[in-house]
Write a protein that binds this ligand. Structure first.
Ligand code: PEP
Ligand code: MN
Length: 359
């Protein structure tokens, strides 16, 4: 891209996108959006909302205006669906996202939804992009199945050019030669997009795979690749979903996915929060053990080139690099204290006697 674009300004940094009072894209914690493909009834979306909230999801999804391949397929409940979605989100305290298909509906959808979704089929509907840009709502912009990363970023530019910088990009699979999956999840393209913009990027393993047995592994892969979140289709009775049943997972499967992702639980219940902290402690311990095993190898490498174990300059550089990276949750002095202890154990692993230390 030769032109000066808003979408590539600040590439490498992260612009946070805040939805409602609760969901924040672009932090250390990936945002999980879940819910049915379509809002089918008040009862169905309330059940889904309860399941998503209880499992620790951060946002509720549900289509009211559905972009269907056939004009004779279910087109969504429209305004009634928006009302059910908003009520269900409010009942469990989750912000909601839903697709807007037509520029003339932007006002109506913005009244009911905390975030507007521009679907893959609308990615280059420039009038819709501009109208969404002026809506005052954050936008979830899906990548079209046939769009390059540059075309996707240029589509985001239409929204940013209207003065709305609250845009999240969503990779949802591109069309390839492979018929086994509905589309091909282009995780590398999503990460490449993430590196070219400061906008958060999430992945949609449901539409990308079209197969429920692939949704959980691809959701984990998206989170492992450092993306800013996922959007997953979840239904209280997946086989009866009126749209996209084959790729829709159950509430139980979603809860298992959330446990596997080890994200901080979205619950005010003390036992749930403690479980989440216990899980994180296990993970921290596992990572520390891994770090110490690596340290032992570093000790061998130092010895084989005749270097002393204690390298004060290297330790200072590590402490300086990390001190102010606590993301607002850790004071620099706390980061320094924690890493001083880690480095001391690491030296011990390398056979260094503490008495030799001088700074
Ligand atoms: C959806 O998320 O409901 C949807 C239709 O997705 P996409 O635009 O990615 O096909
Ligand atoms: Mn769908």
């Amino acid at each position: 891209m030769a032109e000066e674009l808003l979408v590539t300004a600040g590439a490498g940094q992260t612009r946070q996108v805040v939805v409602g009072s609760f969901a924040r894209f672009g932090t250390a914690t990936p945002v999980v959006i879940a819910g049915p493909c379509s809002v089918e009834s008040d009862r169905q979306i309330h059940q889904a909302a309860e399941g998503v909230a209880a499992a620790g999801g951060h946002m509720l999804r549900g289509g009211a205006f559905k972009p269907r391949t056939s004009p004779y397929a279910f087109q969504g409940l429209g305004a009634e669906g928006l009302r059910h979605l908003r009520a269900a989100g409010a009942a469990v305290g989750l912000p909601v996202v839903t697709e807007v298909l037509d520029a003339q509906d932007v006002g109506l959808v913005a009244e009911h939804a905390d975030m507007l979704q521009i679907g893959a089929r609308s990615m280059q509907n420039f009038g819709l992009l501009r109208a969404a840009g002026r809506s005052g709502r954050p936008i979830l912009l899906k990548r079209a199945a046939g769009a390059t990363v540059d075309e996707w970023l240029h589509a985001a530019e239409y929204i940013l050019a209207e003065g709305n910088d609250q845009v999240v990009l969503c990779e949802r699979g591109i069309r390839s030669f492979e018929p086994h999956t509905r589309a091909t999840l282009d995780l590398a393209g999503a990460v490449a997009a993430r590196q070219r913009t400061s906008l958060p990027v999430i992945a949609d393993p449901s539409h990308a795979t079209g197969r429920r047995e692939l949704v959980v592994p691809m959701a984990c892969a998206a989170v492992a690749s450092g993306l800013d979140g996922i959007i997953v289709e979840v239904h209280p009775d997946p086989d009866r979903s009126v749209s996209d049943a084959a790729q829709t997972i159950s509430i139980e499967a979603f809860a298992a996915l959330m446990r596997r992702l080890h994200l901080p639980a979205r619950t005010s219940d003390l036992a749930g929060l403690r479980d989440a902290v216990d899980d994180l402690d296990e993970e921290i311990l596992r990572l520390l053990a891994q770090r110490m095993a690596l340290s032992a190898h570093i000790g061998d490498a130092k010895r084989s080139c005749g270097l002393p174990v204690f390298q004060p300059g290297r330790e200072r550089a590590i402490l300086e690099r990390l001190a102010d990276r606590g993301q607002g949750h850790l004071r620099p002095a706390a980061v320094t204290a924690i890493w001083t202890a880690i480095l001391s154990e690491s030296r011990a692993r390398q056979g260094h006697a503490p008495a030799q230390e001088t700074r």
